[in-house]
Write a protein that binds this ligand. Sequence first.
Ligand code: ARG
Length: 550
Amino acid sequence: MNLYKYVSESINAKLGFVANLEIPRNRAFGDFSTNAAMVMAKDAKKNPRELANEILPKLRELDFISDVSVAGPGFINIKLKDDFIWHAANQPHNAKSEKPKKIDLDYGGYNVGKALHIGHLRTSIVGDTFNRIAKYLGHTTKSYNHIGDWGRPMGLIIAWILEYGMPKNADELNKIYPASTARAKNDEEWMSRAKQITAELQAGNPEYRKIYDDFMKISLAQMDTVLHRLNLLPFDATMGERGVAPYVADTQKILGNRGLLVESDGAMVVNVKTDDDTAPMPPLMFRTSSDTQTYAAADLSAIYYRTKTDNPDIIGYFTDSRQNLHFQQVFRVAKMAGITNAELFHTGFGTLTGADGKPFKTRDGNVAELLEILDMVNDAVRTRVADAGKELDNETISSIALAAVKFNDLLHDVRSDYVFDPNQITSFEGRTGPYILYTAVRLNSVLKRAGDTSDTITSTLTTDERNLLIETLDFERTVQSAFDNRATDMIANYAYDLCQLANTFYHNCPILRDDVDAATRVQRLNITRIARDTLSTAIDLMGLKIPDEM
Ligand code: ARG
């Protein structure tokens, strides 16, 4: 149950108007509070406290309320009945949307011939979690890995391979693009060759195509490795710049018919600036002067293709914030040309930085590769575990490392930069992935050691029991808000709060100890089960794996 929604709607129905329901920080006086009396007081021209006292009897009529009282200038504190909380918490979560939508999600977007780097971390993790959230809410999603596989880098790589031969593995392949780019900087002829090859590849040159197909295999295999290590859902479509190439002509025709294409120095652009723009808004580049497909043309054609094949209600993109302008331009053109009716959104991420505030680098000063980062965090976990005198198998260590990276990534507001510190994120205490997993393992182990649970309530709930159960009843609302606000950090923060309450409960409410009577034990076991189920659902949404022991 979405407890907040239920209580809020019941109160509004009872009072006949919409009041604001709040969750007080200190639950000692009430599980919820409302400013209803203060809102009404203005119109009624009454003293808010007086009015609050008049409202109390009405609220007492609601069968889930045990107690109401007036506080401060006229707030009404509301306490719920134990029985009601208990029964509500015993119902399985059901957060299915009443209006399921079709949603195309575009994240990952890795580049062929280049190693995945730290910049690909957030798009992968946040995109994947958003996908899981959308599915959990009953929406139909299609995830696209819009790979960078058709632009100038392809020409630069092919030019190099023609001269130095085919790379044997990903490591060799990933060195080519930087080397070829460096050469092109000082060697104009090399650059124009790369441009020429790019244009011919796009036009269907079979020799280039053969080379392209060969190194593509290496790249795709490498992407798979990363996806697997990050425990991402498989993409529904790996279809990027080349995949949409067959739809560029149609898209271009639409833009042309609408009179949107303008020639500019041999290139084709669309002017997107409006009179309201205060920030710079350059034209969108649809086709280059060397007649190659642009990044923007690919994205517009992708919208055209997706609209035609999926007919989505929403198309959402997750990339770093350096692409904010690009997506503004693309969305404007898509709407100006009437290519889609779908709602379009783009979430632009901040950067992962080192302690110095600059983009995170490895010790040798290079941009950190994604696999390197995972290895680095794996090592940090291994050291910690050894220092604590524990012995854990490799799989468990990987699960902890993955949780450290992903949870930390999800925890931060997606738009802001954050400091990436392998040591801090692997701590078993505080707002970290290992802490979340540790709590889940602990709840699981209690349940494993115990006998039956029961859903009958025998004694009144202690404060810790109440607080924990009420938090589980806030899960559905949290998932819904995370979706509505595209704020995956809400799930991470929720998981942390839930763990805090679960651990307080665990410390203060003995379960398996000999002096605990049987009725209390089954009741607490049931609370443990409810907390565990909710926590593991949150953990699933974040794409983490709970180890057997920690
Ligand atoms: N390949 C791009 C990059 O690494 C990201 C692609 C994002 N998706 C898109 N539809 N443009 O920067």
